[in-house]
Design a protein around this ligand. Structure first.
Ligand SMILES: Nc1ncnc2c1ncn2[C@@H]1O[C@H](COP(=O)(O)OP(=O)(O)OP(=O)(O)O)[C@@H](O)[C@H]1O
Length: 383
């Protein structure tokens, strides 16, 4: 698939901007802070309903404006669809497909598919487990958009369960008899059901990613691997991910989560927080025998992050419409060898959007359409 037209209103620094795009490579080039990333961030938002830079929508709305609108014409084979998202921080966002009446924002997921490479990706390797969970969850949602609903169910149940545990912990600390925990069993059931679904998808994804990430790393840094991915579940036992060879059944995973919740209940009531479940899990990335986090060099960490994104691209491309590749400011961060390898690997994709401060940062294999971005103006600069 490719994005044929992007239209923004009050998004980030843009009051209004219209950009027509062709398949193949398009580079947005211009000095720092001119709005290049803002453009590709909007494309990413259509694919994930989130930004790769911020966790809330408020910074995406132009300062002083009330709402932002992101619109795109998306072409998949013979089919052309128009997707529109209206961002209303503090209120519900709205969405439309083909100028229809309103749909739920989640209904647009799957129309635009992206794999986005950005300097922030280094945190996949060096950052906290939350970064890697987000990576996995965004990818499982791109593979199966209905997972957006499962994720939000899980988050909602977790929040309610935590509120209950917190009030129990507070009551204990203040010498009371403790809060009414009779509903905890019900929350456990809900949490285990949504958690098992999430876990099953994550385990399946990790098994699918593993050989692809290893191959991608070898292409980027020959001889530097192997890389291996291990899902580390907070609920002990193979069914829940610890040392798992493959995903267990939903029932096995649900039972493992329920068992772990029962085991840690006393501690959870003391601490006032849910201690087991997919929200506490991690993806351990190894390079050779060592964990990449804490051991890999800066260059190796970069190669690892790029390999994870390339593997994501392979997964999505193998299962559905080809995603748009977005490379936001990554080439300036790489040495010549890695930069050339990456460029060769992504060049054949149906659509590649690149941002760079100067022309020289766009490698040769990615020569294509150019837009100059300066002071909020986006102008075709070639060819
Ligand atoms: N909500 C907002 N309202 C108005 N301006 C904003 C908003 N969010 C970001 N900006 C402005 O957008 C600019 C940053 O744009 P962007 O991140 O796209 O830059 P860039 O061209 O990619 O730069 P670099 O090469 O440094 O990454 C900054 O000047 C910032 O002040």
């Amino acid at each position: 698939m490719h994005v044929a037209h992007l239209s923004l209103a009050d998004f980030r620094s843009y009051a209004r901007v219209e950009v027509s795009l062709d398949p193949g490579v398009t580079a947005f080039v211009g000095p720092n802070g001119q709005g290049k990333t803002n453009l590709v961030e909007a494309v990413g938002y259509l694919a994930t309903l989130g930004s790769h830079r911020v966790s809330s929508d408020a910074p995406l709305v132009r300062m002083g404006a009330e709402r932002a609108v992101v619109r795109a014409a998306v072409v998949e084979g013979e089919r052309r669809q128009l997707v529109e998202l209206e961002l209303n921080p503090g209120r519900a966002n709205r969405a439309r497909i083909n100028r229809s009446s309103q749909v739920k924002p989640r209904d647009v997921l799957g129309i635009v598919r992206t794999v986005l490479f950005a300097p922030e990706d280094l945190a996949l390797v060096k950052g906290d487990p939350g970064e890697r969970r987000r990576f996995l969850d965004e990818l499982i949602t791109a593979r199966a958009p209905r997972m957006a609903g499962v994720r939000s169910d899980y988050d909602r149940v977790l929040k309610q369960r935590n509120t209950l545990l917190k009030s129990a912990a507070m009551a204990r600390r203040h010498g009371g008899r403790g809060a009414d925990l009779s509903t905890l069993d019900v929350w456990d059931q809900h949490l285990a059901r949504a958690g098992a679904e999430l876990l099953a998808q994550r385990l399946d994804l990790v098994a699918t990613l593993q050989p692809l990430a290893d191959k991608a790393y070898e292409q980027l840094a020959p001889g530097g691997g192997p890389v291996s991915l291990e899902y580390r579940g907070s609920a002990a036992g193979p069914a829940a991910g610890e040392g798992a060879q493959g995903p267990g059944t939903r029932e096995e995973l649900r039972d493992a989560l329920l068992g772990a919740l029962t085991e840690s209940r006393k501690q959870e009531i003391e601490r006032g927080v849910t201690l087991v479940g997919p929200h506490r899990d991690d993806l351990v990335l190894r390079l050779g025998r060592l964990p990449a986090k804490g051991y890999a060099s800066h260059g190796e960490s970069w190669s690892y992050a790029l390999a994870l994104r390339l593997a994501s691209y392979d997964v999505l491309r193998g299962e559905g419409p080809e995603p748009v590749l977005v490379l936001d400011d990554v080439f300036a961060e790489l040495d010549t060898r890695r930069r050339d390898r990456l460029a060769e690997l992504v060049a054949p994709a149906e659509q590649v959007l690149v941002t760079a401060a100067v022309d020289a940062d766009v490698p040769e294999p990615l020569s294509g359409a150019r837009y100059a971005v300066s002071e909020g103006e986006v102008e075709r600069a070639g060819p």
